[in-house]
Design a protein around this ligand. Structure first.
Ligand code: NAD
Length: 488
């Protein structure tokens, strides 16, 4: 049976009193391996190792040496590409083509991209005249924040983790990562790559476990942590913010969403369907940027619902390695119970179920997996829990609108503000609507398309702060103002 260990100071170590938890394959509910849960002792050892590396070999590297090591990590992931794909699909059940086209390539690229960003960013510099008519040179140095806690979700495990570890290391920090308890494998495998490429011990550490009274809480409340970067649910983010406030720790919060798509009658319906197919159903709807509310101009409402139904019914649930598979399972029994509770609420609240609404019949060898039907509803009031709360499954509610103003108001009427998409062939309307949607990211005639140098993050209850490109530097570095007075 596979054992997944913590990675502390360059070594793989067991957890608290050899406490183990189960690593489950969501396609059939089978046991993949056992994970060593880190206790306070292992978490504190990881933070101490990260601090020692910061004050020791890692902190002494030049920027060029650091950048070379990060390129090495990107290459190291690519060298073991298939190992990473296998580990990711075993933990998540996602189709192989998704892991091999999205998760793992982006996981590797995150190291290279941020190495390039730090290499090229200039520092602020001013030459000033002093009150006594002399000259002073005033500049800002960027210094690492210190030891950064990286707390990750399960939906895009390697991609979202390296999205934080990449810039953190590029800026000279060290990290202690707590992957999701559902997906411990690729973060652990990355420990092997770190050793293979010669990363100094203690720069990258991984502790496994849960949130409260486990590795998550031990890490976020540790006084030696300088900054916490978190991706996950809004209410978990709120708990971590409380913990961070005691230690005045810097935080970056990438939280939940309830993202709208607005379809105007003049849109190219082929492009709409291509966009919605991905934004509603990709990764079984377990993408923070995914669409769960679709607003359609009334004259094309019936046609969009008809086409979306066909798209949903063409999806093929199945094994990750079967190239016909286009839909994986949900991550866990617990998450499927949550999604099914929304399926029930939709029914109770009088929704018209256009398609889906339950659990599909699967072959007997997959019956123990966490499969769920892609589902589309219409007819719910905008105040319904199904329209207001994040579900994180392959489902959406479709509603009609009559005017641009009404569509914008409906799209903005949730506490979340992560992402939106707008489909229209009117270029003026595209820009106008994008500017009025209360979100961190807005796509026009597309979805999940982004130059990685641009800012990423949510507004309202979807997050605090922006990461991506130079914006990541704002979080992962501290600016030190130096002013040097020159004498004649
Ligand atoms: P989650 O909040 O349940 O868990 C995220 C991580 O936090 C896990 O590692 C978990 O163990 C840890 N954790 C839980 N309680 C904690 C505590 N008290 N202290 C410290 N750590 C704690 O989220 P999830 O279910 O893993 O992921 C799905 C959620 O993530 C969705 O809400 C989704 O929208 C969100 N998400 C957001 C983005 C974004 O960029 N905004 C990206 C991906 C996912």
């Amino acid at each position: 049976m596979k054992q997944i260990l913590n990675f502390v100071n360059g070594e793989f170590v067991a957890g608290r009193a050899d406490k183990l938890f189960r690593n489950i394959n969501p396609v059939d509910g089978s046991l993949i391996g056992m994970v060593a849960e880190a206790g306070r002792t292992e978490v504190y050892a990881a933070v101490a190792a990260a601090r020692a590396a910061l004050n020791g070999p890692w902190g002494k590297l030049s920027l060029a040496q650091r950048v070379d090591l990060l390129y090495g990590v990107a290459n190291g992931i690519n060298k073991r590409f298939e190992d990473f794909v296998d580990a990711e699909i075993a933990d998540t059940g996602k189709p192989r083509h998704l892991a091999s086209h999205l998760d793992i390539p982006r996981g590797a690229a995150n190291f290279k991209i941020f190495a390039d960003v730090v290499k090229n960013v200039p520092n602020e510099f001013f030459e000033m005249t002093t009150p006594d008519n002399k000259t002073a040179l005033n500049y800002a140095l960027r210094r690492p924040k210190g030891v950064v806690a990286v707390i990750c979700p399960w939906n895009l495990p390697l991609l979202l983790m390296t999205w934080k570890v990449g810039p953190a290391l590029a800026c000279g920090n060290t990290v202690v990562v707590k992957p999701s308890e559902e997906t411990p494998s690729t973060a652990t495998l990355l420990g092997e790559v770190m050793n293979e490429v010669g990363m100094p011990a203690g720069v990258y550490n991984v502790v496994h476990g849960f949130g409260p009274d486990s590795a998550g809480e031990f890490l976020t409340t540790h006084p030696g942590i300088n900054a916490i970067t978190f991706t996950g649910e809004t209410r978990t983010g709120a708990a971590i913010l409380k913990a961070a406030s005691d230690g005045i720790k810097a935080t970056s919060m990438e939280l939940g969403g309830k993202n709208p798509a607005i379809v105007f009658a003049d849109a190219n319906l082929e492009a709409v369907m291509a966009g919605l197919k991905r934004s509603v159903f990709e990764n079984s709807g377990q993408v923070c940027l995914g669409t769960e509310r679709v607003y359609v101009e009334r004259s094309v409402f019936d046609e969009v619902v008809r086409r979306l139904k066909l798209v949903a019914e063409e999806l093929k649930p199945g094994l990750p390695n079967d190239h016909h598979t286009t839909l994986g399972p949900l991550i866990s029994q617990e998450h499927r119970d949550k999604v099914l509770s929304f399926y029930r609420q939709a029914k109770e609240q009088g929704a018209t179920i256009v398609t889906g609404g339950g659990i599909p019949t699967m072959p007997s060898d997959l019956a123990g997996g966490y499969w769920i039907e892609p589902t589309i509803w219409t007819g719910l009031p905008e105040t319904s829990s199904v329209v207001q709360q994040e579900i994180f499954g392959p489902c959406c509610h479709v509603a009609a609108f009559d005017t641009e103003e009404e569509a914008i108001n409906m799209a903005n009427a949730t506490p979340y503000g992560l992402a939106a998409s707008v489909y229209t062939n009117d270029i003026n309307r595209g820009h106008r609507v994008a500017a009025r949607l209360e979100v961190g990211l807005c796509w026009v005639n597309s979805w999940f398309l982004r130059d990685l140098r641009t800012p990423f993050g949510g507004s309202k209850m979807s997050g605090i702060g922006r990461e991506g490109g130079v914006h990541s530097l704002e979080f992962y570095t501290e600016l030190r103002n130096v002013c040097v007075k020159l004498f004649d």
